[in-house]
Design a protein around this ligand. Structure first.
Ligand SMILES: NC(=O)c1ccc[n+]([C@@H]2O[C@H](COP(=O)([O-])OP(=O)(O)OC[C@H]3O[C@@H](n4cnc5c(N)ncnc54)[C@H](OP(=O)(O)O)[C@@H]3O)[C@@H](O)[C@H]2O)c1
Length: 239
């Protein structure tokens, strides 16, 4: 039986991506692997877990999300739940949005004058859309022809001094990053619930691998039970 090594510098796409920031994916999912309900309710984390996530956010240079997450959840992606004694620092927000579809009234765009914001687009984004985002105060990075080229984007982020990037979904972005060998760590909170629903989004979407041999291998770093609850936090390193 053939065995294929899918290390982070030997991605499944066959190309390597050197000189990029350290990338951590963080997500909360139900026990059946859903990151949102069929009606797109994605509030799976307890207050304790939110404090952990916001503490993690304040330790990285950038927080990255896919455009669908912005369109569906309208997140702020700043640090709100860290405790008062901790140093609170908002990371730069990076939205992966090939066509510059992000709404100018979204929480991210409405606050991009006070919290650094990058919208990563492809060459397919219209000049008018790009101009509107820049006029609002966002930085626009053009990376990729039809879709955002994630390796190119990460290399650009590294070039402007970003050493650590936290990815907060959704499933499509998680898939692309994992498949391209661009992820170093995966932190998953398992909420003690079952959501079901064949159209409910899962932790990793995309086309998927055809066999276990092709799967991305992980090595367990830590398992933690969240204080005062039944949540479990799984911390893996990508091999
Ligand atoms: N529980 C959690 O922890 C959690 C966290 C985050 C999100 N969510 C949930 O996840 C769902 C959204 O996830 P999703 O999978 O639909 O979308 P997503 O990953 O948020 O965004 C995917 C979109 O990003 C854009 N994109 C651009 N370049 C890309 C590339 N190279 N690879 C992948 N995507 C690229 C594409 O749109 P364009 O082609 O238009 O650019 C693509 O459709 C929502 O239901 C949200 O609530 C849950």
């Amino acid at each position: 039986m053939s065995s294929i090594w899918r290390g982070k510098n030997m991605p499944n796409t066959g190309r390597s991506c050197m000189d990029r920031p350290y990338v951590i994916i963080n997500a909360a999912m139900s026990i059946d692997g859903k990151i949102a309900s069929i009606c797109n309710d994605s509030r799976l984390s307890s207050k304790h877990d939110l404090v952990r996530v916001h503490r993690l956010r304040s330790s990285v240079d950038a927080v990255m999300v896919g455009i669908n997450t912005v369109l569906m959840d309208d997140p702020m992606l700043n640090v709100r739940y860290a405790e008062a004694k901790e140093r609170v620092r908002d990371p730069t927000r990076v939205v992966v949005d090939s066509h510059a579809r992000i709404s100018l009234t979204s929480k991210i765009m409405s606050t991009c004058k006070s919290i650094p914001t990058i919208v990563a687009v492809s060459e397919k984004a219209s000049t008018a859309n790009v101009r509107r985002l820049m006029d609002m105060g966002a930085t626009v990075i053009i990376a990729g022809k039809d879709r955002v080229d994630l390796c190119m984007l990460l290399q650009r982020l590294k070039g402007i001094g970003m050493e650590k990037v936290l990815v907060e979904g959704g499933g499509e972005l998680n898939w692309s990053l994992l498949r391209e060998g661009l992820v170093d760590e995966l932190v998953v909170t398992i909420a003690p619930i079952v959501l079901g629903g064949r159209v409910a989004k899962t932790l990793v979407e995309g086309e998927g691998f055809s066999s276990i041999d092709h799967a991305i291998r992980l090595s367990l770093v830590e398992v933690k039970r969240m204080d005062g609850g039944d949540e479990v936090i799984l911390h893996y390193r990508v091999m």
